[in-house]
Design a protein around this ligand. Structure first.
Ligand code: HEM
Length: 145
């Protein structure tokens, strides 16, 4: 039996080829981030949380485009710390994550080229949401979702 050892560079290329097959590139990520946060800002609950925290929207959107390029394309452009950015927030409830994820899915369904692309982003968003919820609300997240 032979093992194929893939270098970090080969893994990065494989991720990028798969993403490209799903129509994921910087242009799609830019549209996703712009459209999603445009909707977040007018959402009855999420809007006031975000608008109360974020003064510089262009800077936030640029950071989130780098974040999603790193998550979806392995671009390695984001070097922030999502956990402290969320644990410091006051007034966020566990249920708000369901609204966030629902709005993210609706946005993807509007702009992504197909269902597999929607799933590709949703799997990653749900995983990150789960780890943020664990950091913010602790074990009750595992007990009650
Ligand atoms: C109810 C759910 C959520 C709320 C209310 C929320 C709110 C916020 C707010 C207000 C900020 C800005 C913090 C600051 O700049 O001081 C922020 C930053 C951020 N959020 Fe969220 N968020 C939520 C869920 C998520 C999820 C599910 C993800 C990823 C899938 C995410 C990814 C990020 C990232 C990457 C940043 C930038 C962190 C940094 O400064 O490097 N957020 N969020």
């Amino acid at each position: 039996m032979t093992y194929q050892v893939r270098s970090a560079e080969e893994r990065r290329l494989a991720i990028q080829e798969n993403a490209s097959r799903l129509g994921i590139d910087d242009a799609l990520i830019s549209e996703l981030v712009e459209t999603f946060y445009g909707r977040v800002r007018t959402h009855p609950r999420l809007g006031s949380i975000f608008n109360g925290e974020i003064d510089d929207w262009p800077e936030h959107l640029a950071k989130l485009k780098d974040f999603w390029a790193s998550v979806a394309l392995n671009a390695g452009r984001y070097s922030g710390k999502p956990v402290p950015a969320h644990t410091k927030l006051e007034g966020v409830r566990r249920e708000d994550f369901a609204d966030w994820l629902g709005l993210f899915r609706l946005t993807l369904e509007d702009i992504a080229p197909g269902a597999e692309t929607v799933d590709y982003f949703m799997v990653r968003a749900e995983r990150i949401a789960q780890s943020l919820k664990l950091a913010m609300f602790g074990l009750e997240t595992l007990e009650r979702g």
